[in-house]
Design a protein around this ligand. Structure first.
Ligand code: ADP
Length: 661
């Protein structure tokens, strides 16, 4: 808004005003009273001044309004009398007043030159009026300067301009926000126009003219041909087009854009396009991430299962998708419920009742295992987990889940269970067999206390037959009888326990006590084979967790093997060393060492295989059963040759967890 020299408007308005003033002044000077024609002329000029639809102001050098025409005053909501004598600054905004002063000063400094500028004026009622002012300073007859101002109301134009500017700003903003630029393309002349956002999308300097070769250069080489073909066809046929392509930006990054254009025809019938170009990189990226994440979860689910299923609100199967080549999902499931097809539905009513309860409560369920049939009619076991799904309003739509054929795992479990039973059975049989071998020892163990009982009973009778009877001695004999009776009964209880087919009973045990009880049963066996036993049993062992009978069976087996290994030894003492000790690593070690024939390194592992024996009457089952018993206890059984003679068998058993912690 700088005042400048008037160009066109200047002549007509301010010159006219200047002429008016000059004419009037000249006329007045020459008017004589009674000169009617001259008076008439003044009147005419005044009429023109007053009623010309241009606002005229005359202002003195300090800015006081000297004169204003009626039209001018009315435009501002005043009467001429109200304005005359006031500062002209009163009709301007406070913040514009410095500018007005500068304009007036400029005019005063350049007498007879026209200046023009645009400025706002304030009406009496506070409303705004935009004007284009044309001003000029002229000198009055007395030489004093006077500034003549003619104003044209340009409010409408200004408002239209403002509205246009604003809507352009809104459009630019909207384009920026939506990453959508606009373009125009006259295919006949190749003329292209771009909006600011289009320049930004193509990363092109706004000053440069958009040209097809530049655009093609920006487009990804793999997409160029398709873009050229699409636009060429659209131009030829005058048709709309809509396509997507990639741009390679100066930094090498890739941008995805979508261009949509509408074909129109100009007044001479030539095709031109108006369209939009949108940067869809973010959308593409989001789509890619979504696809990737979907694929990721699909991979997880496919790896963890054999097929997916979906059921409706009535729990009937609506969808089955199989993704394993080896497994076949049951056929003909669609429209059925899970319990319609499971042959165990009637056999295990409680399991199915609980499952249906979970389904009706619309809660997720996990690892339901049931029997089913594959599509060849083969019985299979299926494990399934599912989750309810709902619509946006929370209404239940059904379940989605995964299924896995767990037949192999279940069969393996069943086989393992059968094996465990068979092993227990075999252990029992061999135990009874061993007991058979131990009959002599056992009989001795019982006979000894029984003989003592008889001897003490005899003695007791003698003490009683004395005169007077020696009651104290008789009582002592009876005490011994009771003690021996208990000893005999203990042995019997023990043997019965070994012989009985009992369920395995895992309890915390003191390994040294287990050893002592086992040794008691083979005492006689050792004695009859001239074997001496040396026991080094730790008295402060942490407890182990196991089945007493089975562990004793292992020990008896090892001791009997040791005795047998020393059978032919005559040149050295036949000695068994039995030790128990706590190892720092949370295990208890029990070892049985003999001075027998020994074992060679190569044969060590074979000793534990079933039916391996070097004895004519051996079964070869002992060590294999011992190893499986120890392993079932979470321990290990190993054999090693001794440095001197004989072999050592060592049992390693974990300390009971409550002890360990
Ligand atoms: P069996 O005693 O019926 O042969 P085992 O499984 O108990 O069955 O033993 C298998 C084989 O391991 C024995 O035949 C023997 O050759 C060898 N063996 C077991 N214990 C010892 C030992 N203490 N010293 C030397 N060899 C042994």
């Amino acid at each position: 808004m700088k005042p400048g020299r008037a160009a066109t408007f200047g002549k007509s308005a301010v010159q006219f005003l200047a002429d008016c003033v000059r004419q009037t002044v000249n006329t007045k000077q020459r008017v004589e009273p009674g000169d009617a024609s001259l008076l008439e002329s003044v009147k005419q000029w005044q009429q023109v001044f007053e009623h010309n639809p241009v606002m005229y102001f005359m202002v003195d050098p300090v800015g006081t309004v000297i004169n204003v025409n009626t039209f001018g005053a009315a435009q501002l909501g005043y009467t001429a009398t109200e304005l005359i004598g006031r500062s002209v600054l009163d009709v301007f905004f406070e913040e514009d007043r410095d500018f007005v002063r500068a304009c007036v000063t400029l005019c005063l400094e350049t007498v007879d030159q026209s200046h023009t500028w645009e400025i706002r004026k304030v009406r009496k009622d506070g409303s705004v009026l935009w004007v284009r002012e044309n001003a000029k300073t002229m000198l009055r007859a007395d030489g004093g300067p006077i500034v003549l101002v003619a104003c044209e109301n340009i409010t409408e134009r200004k408002e239209a301009e403002n509205a246009l500017r604003q809507s352009e700003a809104y459009l630019a903003q909207a384009q920026e926000l939506s990453h959508t630029g606009s373009f125009g393309w006259r295919s006949a002349t190749g003329e292209i126009t771009w909006s600011k956002e289009t320049y930004r999308i193509f990363q092109c300097d706004e000053g440069t003219k958009p040209r097809i070769p530049f655009m093609l250069q920006r487009i990804h080489p793999d997409d160029r041909l398709a873009v050229q073909q699409t636009t060429a066809r659209a131009a030829r046929e005058g048709k709309d087009y809509d396509h997507e392509y990639r741009l390679v930006m100066p930094d090498g990054s890739i941008k995805y854009v979508r261009a949509v254009a509408r074909a129109t025809r100009d007044f001479s019938g030539r095709v031109e396009f108006v369209g939009s170009v949108t940067d869809v990189t973010a959308t593409k990226e989001a789509e890619r991430r979504l696809r990737e994440s979907e694929q990721r979860f699909r991979d997880y689910a496919e790896t963890a299962s054999d097929w997916f299923w979906e059921t409706g609100p009535d729990h009937r199967v609506t969808h089955i998708s199989e993704h394993s080549d080896t497994i076949t999902a049951p056929a003909g499931l669609l429209g059925l419920t899970r319990w319609d097809i499971a042959p165990d539905a009637n056999l295990e009513p409680e399991k199915w009742r609980q499952h249906r309860e979970a389904l009706d409560a619309h809660v997720p369920f996990r690892d339901l295992v049931y029997r089913s049939k594959d599509r060849n009619g083969q019985a299979i076991y299926v494990r399934t987990s599912g989750k309810p799904f709902f619509d946006a309003e929370g209404a239940f739509l059904g379940y989605r889940g995964v299924c896995t054929d767990v037949t192999a795992a279940i069969r393996a479990d069943q086989a393992e269970e059968a094996l465990r039973k068979a092993q227990a059975e075999l252990a029992h049989v061999t135990r009874v067999t061993t007991l058979g071998e131990l009959t002599a020892s056992i009989a001795h163990e019982i006979n000894q206390p029984l003989a003592a009982v008889i001897a003490n009973a005899d003695a007791c009778l003698s003490w009683l037959q004395r005169n007077p009877p020696d009651l104290n001695a008789a009582r002592r004999s009876v005490d011994w009888i009771i003690e021996d009776g208990k000893r005999a009964s203990d042995v019997i209880r023990h043997v019965r326990a070994l012989a009985k087919r009992t369920d395995i009973e895992m309890v915390p045990l003191d390994a040294s006590a287990v050893v002592r009880e086992a040794v008691a049963l083979v005492q006689r066996e050792m004695a009859s084979h001239a074997v001496s036993v040396r026991m080094e049993l730790s008295s402060a062992l942490p407890e182990i967790f196991g089945d007493r009978i089975q562990l004793q069976q292992v020990l008896i087996n090892l001791i009997m093997n040791g005795i047998e290994a020393m059978e032919g030894v005559d040149d050295r003492p036949r000695e068994l060393a039995i030790r128990s000790v706590a190892d720092g690593d949370g295990v208890v070690l029990v070892s049985v060492a003999d001075s027998g024939v020994g074992i060679c390194e190569q044969a060590i592992d074979r000793l534990f295989t079933p039916f391996f024996t070097t004895k004519s009457s051996g079964m070869g089952m002992g060590l294999s059963i011992c190893r499986s018993i120890v392993e079932a206890h979470g321990g290990r059984l190993s054999a090693a040759p001794n440095r001197g003679h004989g072999a050592t068998f060592q049992i390693t058993l974990p300390v009971h967890r409550e002890e360990a912690s």
